[in-house]
Design a protein around this ligand. Sequence first.
Ligand code: ASP
Length: 316
Amino acid sequence: MSFTLVIHGGAGNITPAIMNKEQEQQYHEGLQAALDKGYEVLKNGGPALDAVLAAIMEMEDNPLFNAGRGAVFTKKGLHEMDAAIMDGSNLEAGAVAGVRNIKNPIRLAKEVMLHSGHVFLSGSGAGEFALQQGFEMAKDDYFFNKSRYDQWVKIRDSNFTQLDHEGDNLKGALPDMGHKFGTVGAVACDVNGNLAGGTSTGGMTNKRFGRIGDSPVIGAGTYANNRTCAISCTGHGEFFLRAVVAYDVSCLMEYKGLSLQDACNMVVKDKLVKMGGEGGLIAVDAKGNFDMCFNSAGMYRGMRNSEGVQQIAYYG
Ligand code: ASP
């Protein structure tokens, strides 16, 4: 049987104009390392869920991406992270929102799924659960990143928030907002045709205390169902929440019989565009068909499958 892994590292104003060769190389290496981690699991016959976890943890550990170690700063100068994971074989899911000092929020999301008796834990309750489960807490300076700090300092006294993928396109004329992109996600189809999806993020720079985006919300930023597809989204979370993007793609396949690609195109390039929602998603179905679909200038993305096909790309 075949298998497929698809990953993203955020979507937005990603163009050759904002990247130099060195940055391109760094992103390439970051995405390649994540693909390799997930691919290894699938190649050894492991479950899609474990491949998704391995790929996302690799990106959470890389300060280049806005997740885990590289999470952006909130209005209060903290790091509050969101993550979700879903197993398409049984529709089990786990999610955390607004968690602090957790090195790998995606691992905590899986722990919630397996051992909490709940689907979604937030804030201090999620932190307490992490301690109970023996998670090691990382100090604040583990998450310190100079460029993200500078990015935040520029807007911390304003009411602006900045999506990590907005770059200079920020509405409100604040110049030179930096070029950091990077919510991360992975979707996989394993040798048994089981699907899984996951997403992890630091959210938006200067976000309000307690703000939660689409990433950890099952059906909005993350979804997986063996009957249809596995999806991980990235983009302007408020729009993705209201459009229930990930589940909408699944519904178009389940109830209208659309192909994976047609369903992704309809949601990302038609519905979201009409609402004004910028971003994209990665998707895979149980036959290993995949899509990496976005309406923004670019999306950090990559895929690798058992047929020997491999891609890493950034631009539109
Ligand atoms: N969707 C994420 C959020 O709104 C951000 C992103 O994908 O970059 O929190």
